[in-house]
Design a binder for this molecule. Sequence first.
Ligand SMILES: Cc1cc2nc3c(=O)[nH]c(=O)nc-3n(C[C@H](O)[C@H](O)[C@H](O)COP(=O)(O)OP(=O)(O)OC[C@H]3O[C@@H](n4cnc5c(N)ncnc54)[C@H](O)[C@@H]3O)c2cc1C
Length: 1271
Amino acid sequence: MPPNAIAPDGETRTSRVVGSIDFIRPKLPYSSTNGEDMDESKLLTTVTGVRCSMPYTIKCSTASFTSPDYANVRIEQIASTIFDETESKLSNFNPQSEVNVVNAMGIDDVHTMSEALKDVVLCSKELVKFTRGAFDPCVAPLLKHYETMAERSSSDLVARHGTTTHSTSHNGHHASAHLSSITELPESMDEVPGEVDIETIRRQRHVVDFWRSLVSAGFAGDPSDARVSRTVKRLLEVSQWHSAFSVVANGSDDNEDRETNNGGMVTYAIRKKHNDAHMDLSGIAKGWAVDKIAEALPSPCWVEWGGDIKVRGKHPSGRSWVVAVPEPPKLSEMRVRLARAKKAGQVGPVYTLADEHIRDEEHNVGKGKEKDYLAVLELRDGEAVATSGDYEKVIERNGKLYSHVVNPQLGRLLELNQTSLAQAVVVTKSCMVSDALATAGISKGDPSLARAMLDQFRTGYKTPVRDYILYARQGPRIIRLSIPGIESKSDRERRLQRHQPATVIVVGGGLAGMSAAIEAADARAKVILLEKESETGGNSAKATSGINGWGTDTQAEQGVADEERLFERDTFRSGLGGRTDHCLVRTLSTKSSDAIHWLKHRHGIPLTVLSQLGGHSAKRTHRAPAVNGRPVPIGWKITSTMRDTICNEYEGKIDIRCGMNVTKLLHNVDANGVKTVTGVEVNGSETIVADAVVLATGGFGCCQRKDGLMSRFRPDLLGTPTTNGQFAQGDGVILGEEVGAELVDMDKVQLHPTGFLDPNDPSNPTKFLAPEAIRGSGGVLVNSEGKRFVNELDLRSIVTAGIQKYCSPYKSADGYEGPPFAYCILSQEAQQIFGKPVLSFYKDKLGLLEDCEDISSVAELIGCKKDVLVATLQEYEESARLGTCKLTGKDVFPSPLTPTSTSLVVARVTPSIHYTMGGLNINSVGEVQEKIESIIGSHRHIRGLFAAGEVTGGVHGGNRLAGNSLLECVVFGRMAGERAATVKHADKEMFPNAKHHAQESESNFIPVLLREVRNTDEKYGMNTREIRFDMHGAFQNSGMDVGQFIALRGQLDGETLMGYFSPITRPSDEGVIGILARSDSKGGPIAQLLEIARPGSTFYMCAMGGLRLKFEKENIIYNNRVVKRIGLLAGGTGIAPMIQIIREYGHYVKSHPHPEQIPPFQLNLIYAAEEMHDLAYMKILDTVRNQIPHHFRYYVKLNRPPLGWSEGVGFVERRDIIKYLVHPSKEENPLVVICGPPVFEAAMRKNLLRLGFEHSQYYSYSEGDNVAAHL
Ligand SMILES: Cc1cc2nc3c(=O)[nH]c(=O)nc-3n(C[C@H](O)[C@H](O)[C@H](O)COP(=O)(O)OP(=O)(O)OC[C@H]3O[C@@H](n4cnc5c(N)ncnc54)[C@H](O)[C@@H]3O)c2cc1C
């Protein structure tokens, strides 16, 4: 072993997961944090042994026990109790085990399960469902059948190595004593008629006879052989969980989910649904045992049994526990071993390779062979890893090798080959789940399918996948878990070296402003943060409910399943009626877990408490736990911590200046009307110049001025109370508007339904917010008649509308009449959930809630009839019992409230202006947009002006989803800050050499981040997407000519994919390069990658060749000559490069100083396609034609036209070129551009030559660069 290596943390037989030899941290002997050398043998007590023929290794910190001797004894005790239980309850190799008792039952027999069996069966059942059958503990009959056939067909049927099930038992599925009779059946085979269903067959004969018939068909026969498919399908029915067994909870089938609802004890039983059904729990039971042992031992510990590993805590030396994953054996190696073993008469056709592989590995240790490790995994506290490999048990038939894994779709064994998945390694927090998912992964066969399945388990399951490694031999292909949209640390570091340090002014010291400042400083900017108040914090500091994020480690730790599509759906649903820009929401969603991670791990904010607020379909609103029983106001915690971080870590980098009211944006406008912001004016006098300005001034919820924004956009709300601070005047909106920024959704103002109405000060316009938790904990709203009127947990907008419609205005004794209000009643249980310390703050300190002994005193306080209130609460109690309220649709009842409840508290609540959804229009990187008149596209960014947070619009639409605002501040604050920091770029052009010698070489590929993907089906045609990538510098342009195309490279499933695209953006467009791409199969594999990619995903881009057309002020230049007419000949997907030319031409015409001198129809297009639905981007063509009707026209030819078609039919002919495109005349100085499939281009070139065009008068993409441009 190398001198500086660490010892293996463990070694297993099957899965070959061993402590890394290469992983050099720390050196041996271990060093403690104070530098003292440590001897591992003293730190750890290691116990090894063999149970159920599988070796185990358990390591525990010796310090956890009173003495080393006792440690040994205690570990042995704990482990053997659990091993005994595993053998007696779950082992298929013990004929008396509980699982075998179940297997031996007759049809419809029911067995009440032990706790152990229940755990494993319920987990298996759930994973059958979630993996859609890719994992199934009931495939044993099918597997046994294949083994039997292999044995029967083997000419030299020798007693194979490990004929007893014990010695063949590993990670995969197993045969059992129950099925052993099959191997003894006579050779004669019956033919099974294909049409007869399985039940008929079962009735007619023993199903084993039926299996025998399959032997004649061969177990991996021709898939087109219907007879085989039908018979295998029938056999599969016996071998699938849902037709084999069912779980019976409290006497009724498959209703075990009720447990969570009534909280009572449930007895679980299992019913056998088919005589021949057989459950094999070996793999997953092994995981169960490992989990149990690890849980029973003191932390830190390492438990490994038969390839499954679970750890707790850290290795006592302070490092993480480490496992290394070795490379599976090559197919050639396996054949050699098999032949060797056969020659020695050791094995039959079913062969367990794992043992030998392991022996070889052991032999290799220390001889440099450890480099065969695929990867090294660090396991965090509580994580578990399991591996499934195709090499564990191999079945040979007709010279082919098959894995022991059954393909669930076909019901066949997976044939071992170079391209299919050879090994799946899965890390979760449960060994049981890891084991099942590794098996499910390998059974998928195809690495991409396995990746797609496991990715869903990353956030969509209560025991999420934390890491995985998928391996296929060819390549080899190694797929690691990667989270779309997350840039690697090294990529980011490299990227951030690509600009000069800039000076960035951030206006506003709330969460958006501080996030922007920190991110800009991290991107090497010098930052000045200007805050008009005497303190930073803004409304952000008032937030109490928390911040949203899905797929976070907090959710994973608490077993909360959540998904992108749910989060996005919730955001869109809440925002109905306003503008929720799809790209902004996708960015918010993709970056949400990273935002939480940043706050937690970069700033140390413990976002470990989760709640499910109204309108959310999962627990995803994060906040900090109470400290010493006192709640931590989350907004204050975040903003004060960040302020501390800035003061402590960013001295000289971020300069916070309070009392600085920004009153104007300094800017200039060039001859083309392009605006650039150059700094700010402060307090009406002082000016500060900068390279970029980020507006983060918050909303206008407190703007009641007659000339203010509320009065302009929502005059009806003047006089409505607010939860906002008085600084929330919408300054940033006005500053942006003054330089031309577009405003969106300005009339969308969110009223929070529950501002506390203080009976001692009812007319005060500023209300304390009654947090979401007041309803979330079970607070019930009633009106002054004592009647409920709304689902308290519905969206804020709906609850607000309910109060406004069904409640009376507040009237005080002195004649004051205020807005409508409701009473919120909290039972003792609700008070408990809400939190007594918070309640006491609002009740005892601020006097905003009142105590009521019972319902009578509540009725008295409200001034309603007691009978009515009692009837209301009776109905509520009944609804809670039924789980749904007929009146309001409420279906979650966090705590009870009944007519007999006592010790209640009651608050008066009134809708208050809380949040302004509208504001400055930004794009997904926070660049402020202005509206422009343009050929295509109606917006451009105001140079040097960025914005984030409540000052912007377009994220929340008509109504913000609770918790999305703090998230927006972090996500877009960081984006805007980083983007603002990049405005000073060393290279004005992204591809400085593109015009001269662009080529596809490694050094010419530049990293770009995916900015956004717009579905353009409606705009440009079916299956089209507009995809935009960020150039690194916000002021950079591509440096390419019109007509040049790019190569785009990315990684998917361990493979590098490449596509060629023509940009749709113009060469002069700054900061962005956009392409149009097909999203269907015609877009090739890169289309699939683009579909999976998310904002922030890294791609590599290289400028390629192409047409190189220059649009000068009054001339169009090609190859140093002025072109008078241009004809475009596009075939099928060859339309893509034409779009950029057409778009650029539109700009050329519009900005031409003498448009009357431009020849009519200077640009013509013939677009040939096979059929109607192949036509893409027609709307762009129409738009341009409508904009410049005298200069551009197009003609479409379809080979297979639909009924009613009135344009060109058939292929493009010479007369079409003359009539619709251009003449070959010298005076016209024409240029014809051809792009399409190679045959199309060749035919068109021929046509042109025959028409008398010279070679210099046309450009053909396939000829030009030898690479066809693709969509
Ligand atoms: C009571 C309350 C509770 C809330 N609870 C939640 C919650 O739980 N979860 C959630 O997601 N959202 C919540 N919100 C909403 C959320 O807190 C805010 O919308 C969000 O934090 C706004 O952040 P911001 O950085 O955009 O603006 P702010 O935090 O308001 O900061 C803007 C800052 O800019 C300063 N400023 C304004 N104009 C100028 C100028 N001209 N020059 C210099 N400085 C200027 C202001 O003084 C202020 O400090 C809550 C809001 C309120 C009022």
